[in-house]
Design a protein around this ligand. Structure first.
Ligand SMILES: Cc1cc2nc3c(=O)[nH]c(=O)nc-3n(C[C@H](O)[C@H](O)[C@H](O)COP(=O)(O)OP(=O)(O)OC[C@H]3O[C@@H](n4cnc5c(N)ncnc54)[C@H](O)[C@@H]3O)c2cc1C
Length: 244
């Protein structure tokens, strides 16, 4: 990721406004299609609301559910969405969502470092027609944020209200289960120790990155539009080189 310094530099095939899940998914997909992409973000941080959300994706028919042997069908998902949306039901939109949601999971797992985990979350109304107790919700697998290099300081920090000593819990339910059992089970105590150690390591890394970035302030698109920063996607290898 690079920062563009002048608005005259902004030539691209695809201009994405906003760096939340919607914007970055679009940007990554376009980039994987060989297009030159620029993501423009008005905030100091990238990540949008997505960066401090619970991160649970509701994707009926995802491969993780199939691999776990969850009994579910497309017809059941359609029935559920028909009931939940009532008069707002849009058949074309539901079909597109059910066709492409699982493909999106496969795409990101195949083409990027993103991986997903199944969760134990039920549908909001599991007893409604077509609802299920488990299987349709997945969450992003924890990612070692140090791979972002110095850009880690530009990732939107989590909400204080949903963190513990600055650490955000993973919605896969594994975190909560182990933190509650830490004094009762060796496996949970070991899990918690590893989570805390990794959080400490990341915090130290982020502090060091902050100090390094403070020494070289990030440039803006234009002195007249100081609230806009733009990120150009560049190949991963070039990113790694630029961080050395
Ligand atoms: C605490 C919390 C927990 C949540 N948990 C879940 C969950 O578990 N599952 C779920 O599905 N949803 C959840 N949500 C909702 C979910 O986070 C949002 O629906 C989702 O992140 C929206 O993604 P987005 O890409 O559309 O927008 P955002 O992630 O908000 O990204 C939009 C970006 O666009 C930028 N932007 C806006 N206007 C401009 C402009 N003019 N120029 C440049 N940049 C601009 C913004 O600054 C922002 O960075 C949660 C929300 C919250 C607050």
């Amino acid at each position: 990721m690079t920062t563009v310094t002048r608005s005259s530099d902004l030539a691209c095939d695809v201009l994405v406004i906003g760096s939340g899940a919607g914007g970055l998914s679009t940007a990554i997909t376009a980039k994987k299609q060989g297009l030159d992409v620029i993501v423009v973000e008005k905030e100091e941080y990238f990540g949008g609301t997505t960066a401090f959300s619970g991160g649970v994706l509701w994707i009926p028919g995802n491969r993780h559910a199939k691999e776990a042997g969850v009994q579910d069908t497309r017809e059941a998902a359609v029935r559920y969405m028909r009931g939940e949306t009532g008069a707002m039901y849009d058949e074309a939109a539901v079909d597109a969502f059910l066709d492409n949601g699982p493909r999106m999971i496969d795409f990101f797992e195949r083409e990027t470092s993103v991986a997903f985990l199944p969760t134990l979350y039920p549908d909001y109304h599991p007893d409604a027609p077509g609802g299920v107790d488990v299987g349709r919700s997945v969450v992003a697998k924890p990612f070692d944020a140090r791979a972002l290099g110095r850009d880690i300081v530009r990732l939107r920090p989590p909400l204080k209200t949903i963190t513990f000593i600055g650490m955000m819990f993973n919605s896969s339910s594994a975190d909560l289960k182990h933190f509650f059992n830490a004094t009762k089970s060796f496996e949970s105590a070991w899990y918690v120790a590893k989570r805390l150690a990794s959080h400490l390591r990341n915090s130290l890394y982020t502090s060091a990155a902050c100090r390094s970035r403070a020494a070289t302030p990030s440039p803006r698109v234009s002195p007249n539009r100081r609230s806009i920063s733009a990120f150009r996607f560049i190949p991963a290898q070039a990113q790694r080189n630029s961080l050395r």
